[in-house]
Ligand binder design. Structure first.
Ligand SMILES: Cc1cc2nc3c(=O)[nH]c(=O)nc-3n(C[C@H](O)[C@H](O)[C@H](O)COP(=O)(O)OP(=O)(O)OC[C@H]3O[C@@H](n4cnc5c(N)ncnc54)[C@H](O)[C@@H]3O)c2cc1C
Length: 470
């Protein structure tokens, strides 16, 4: 291979966003180069979405077996076989990883450039093997990595992150989870359901940064039944002969020893090694190039951001959408086209799931809550807990967002995100069919409250609710 390469669009990083950007740029007629040090598979498959959901699936299996007695089913001796749980997580994860690697090998070989890239100038990259790439446009899709605070960094292999936790051969006896964001909450509840003694810590006073007080109360009560929650505390870690000690102070204080500590204090964009100072880009306060989410373009340059590196919404479907937008505009650079972005949708796969859609309370917003404790189908299934809060704009009741910790939350959240994106009103939703008995019927009380809050009448047949029994 020559030492100086050229292409229309160079993409740095072969994760979900980079792969989407490369596909999009090439299908829009650009010659491309996709740069990655390893092409080892996406974060989603290797250390993210998929292994975390595999661990959660095992945890929910154990919980269902324990809960079966509610239906008069006796399951004796629910035993969690830690090595078997982790072996399945790893085997299925490896299958997903192979799948993404197979997809990567379908990209023509001359396009796949193995190496780590950094900027020499706004249109030229250096690779760590000495080669250079000159490109008409560049997409930065380098992802993010777990942020491990200094106090934990030197404490050895008992400190886990999402990069190491799925490689454990067995489940620990005890686990401290630092950080109650999506990753912390999901893994803390899963580990607790798998029989691990779990404590979750956060400096803040809210789990998962939940916006709605009622939703937070439901979440905190459910999580508090399964594991120890310590909010509003600062931590001091140290080494112990049998694990890691944590001393905490703040809203409460104490000291404990844990076999393992999972640090889930956020993920930072992988931008440090890129020599951004040579890119000429303007950076925000976090060192991320300023960019427009409608085009993913950085200022008036020919450089585009995509995925977790952009630090907008670190979610898979957004990374993929970012990549498609960035790749298309990079191929047409400098003629960028603005794209409509999705209604914001984030799901934390706790049980029930914690979901956040669109905007929340603001001046002039109508707020309405459905409670699932007495919802018909949820009671049938024995999953009747949680609440859902809808936000609608006055005066016409157009849905603008929702928060929920509710049964079938991931499905309700999709319906609501689609409704928000389509700018539907509560009346229009109530004019559509709700099958009986379903969890979806649980939306109706909140939708009716929104209708009642404005001077328009409920649609025909909507003046009486579906009682839990039909
Ligand atoms: C535990 C966990 C659970 C998650 N669960 C969910 C979920 O349930 N749902 C959801 O929507 N999202 C979830 N996410 C988030 C989701 O995984 C990410 O948003 C998504 O994977 C980001 O993709 P990306 O392409 O930006 O980054 P990545 O897939 O990380 O790709 C970045 C690539 O860039 C490469 N790279 C870095 N620096 C350089 C360089 N200098 N030169 C060349 N290459 C470089 C890296 O090697 C890597 O291959 C989860 C994340 C984690 C950690």
């Amino acid at each position: 291979m020559p030492d100086s390469l050229t292409c229309d669009v160079a993409i740095i990083g072969a994760g979900t966003a980079g792969l989407a950007a490369e596909r999009s740029a090439r299908s829009n007629g650009a010659s491309t180069m996709l740069i990655d040090p390893q092409f080892a598979g996406t974060t989603c498959a290797t250390i993210g979405c998929m292994p975390s959901k595999l661990l959660i699936a095992a945890a929910n299996g154990a919980q269902s077996a324990r809960d079966a007695k509610r239906f008069g089913i006796r399951v004796q001796d629910v035993k969690v076989d830690g090595p078997a749980v982790m072996a399945r997580v790893q085997a299925e994860r490896d299958r997903f990883v192979r799948h993404t690697q197979d997809d990567i090998t379908k990209i023509p070989e001359e396009i796949r450039i193995c190496g780590r890239a950094s900027f020499i100038s706004p249109d030229e990259l250096a690779l760590d093997d000495g080669r250079t790439i000159r490109a008409g446009a560049i997409v930065i899709a380098t992802g993010a990595s777990p942020h491990v605070p200094e106090a934990y960094a030197e404490l050895g292999s008992n400190i886990l992150t999402n990069e190491t936790v799925f490689d454990l051969e067995d489940l620990p006896a005890s686990l401290a989870v630092i950080g109650s964001g999506a990753i912390g909450l999901e893994l803390a509840q899963a580990m607790a359901r798998l029989g691990v003694e779990v404590t979750i810590f956060d400096e803040g006073r809210r789990l998962g940064g939940v916006r709605c007080d009622k939703v937070h109360a439901a979440l905190a009560s459910a999580i508090g039944e399964e594991l120890t929650v310590r909010l509003g505390v600062k931590l001091q870690p140290g080494l112990a002969s049998d694990g890691i000690t944590l001393s905490w102070s703040g809203d409460n204080s104490g000291k404990g020893t844990f076999e393992k500590v999972l640090v889930a204090t956020g993920r930072r964009p992988n931008l440090q090694g890129l020599n951004l100072s040579a890119s000429g880009l303007e950076l925000d306060d976090h060192g991320v190039p300023r960019h427009d989410r409608a085009t993913m373009r950085c200022g008036k340059s020919s450089i585009f951001m995509a995925g977790d590196a952009a630090q907008d919404l670190p979610l898979l479907h957004e990374a993929s959408h970012d990549g498609a937008i960035a790749g298309r505009n990079a191929a047409a650079s400098p003629a960028s086209v603005e794209s409509e972005r999705f209604a914001p949708l984030a799901i934390t796969f706790t049980s029930p799931s914690l979901c956040r859609i669109g905007q929340s309370e603001d001046e002039g917003v109508i707020t309405a809550t459905s409670d699932f404790r007495d919802q018909g189908r949820a009671r049938v299934e024995g999953i009747n807990r949680g609440v859902l809060t809808l936000y609608a704009a006055a005066p016409d009741g157009q849905l603008i967002g929702a928060d929920m910790f509710a049964p079938a939350g991931e499905h309700l959240a999709h319906m609501l995100a689609w409704a928000v994106q389509m700018k539907l009103t509560a009346t229009q939703l109530l004019e559509m069919p709700f099958y009986h008995p379903t969890i979806e019927e649980g939306l109706k009380p909140a939708l009716r409250t929104i209708c009642a809050a404005r001077p328009l009448a409920l649609p025909a047949d909507q003046d009486s609710g579906t009682p839990p029994g039909g």
